[in-house]
Design a protein around this ligand. Structure first.
Ligand SMILES: Nc1ncnc2c1ncn2[C@@H]1O[C@H](COP(=O)(O)OP(=O)(O)OP(=O)(O)O)[C@@H](O)[C@H]1O
Length: 122
């Protein structure tokens, strides 16, 4: 099969992103969390390095959610009925999102804490 040109591959990827935005509730929530963080970065005037860590942590959660959704869809396609192996694959896939979220929360606490203390002590 002939490889599609680069711009078409890009268009397919954007189509995938659009489908995530339109159909996946968890992805929508995580995107809102990312936007809230962008607001907090502006509000607290967080420095560039710390802001980069927050953006990276949020980005990893979103990427993990996309991969988890792709694996879930592949599972549903391969085995539409209940199957214990499918359950294990889906649980492991979901654990990637959980772990990325836990690390993002830890990073958030470590970075925002001094700014919060500063705000509350004024
Ligand atoms: N075909 C299946 N066979 C066995 N267990 C399944 C199957 N489908 C789902 N499960 C179990 O139910 C859980 C939830 O699966 P589901 O596909 O609904 O994902 P989800 O986490 O609810 O994601 P989303 O909210 O994106 O749909 C899985 O982690 C798995 O434990």
């Amino acid at each position: 099969m002939k490889k599609p040109p680069f711009y078409k591959s890009l268009a397919f990827a954007f189509k995938g992103l659009f489908l995530m935005l339109k159909n996946e509730r968890n992805f929508q929530i995580e995107l809102i969390a990312f936007l809230v963080n962008i607001g907090l970065i502006g509000f607290f005037r967080i420095n560039y390095i710390e802001a980069s860590f927050i953006i990276l942590a949020c980005g990893l959660v979103l990427v993990a959610e996309i991969l988890n959704t792709a694996i879930e869809k592949l599972c549903d396609f391969a085995e539409p009925n209940f199957h214990s192996k499918i359950g294990i694959i889906k649980d492991i896939s979901a654990s990637a999102v959980l772990l990325a979220t836990l690390f993002a929360v830890i990073i958030g606490i470590l970075i925002y804490w001094p700014y919060l203390e500063n705000l509350l002590s004024l």
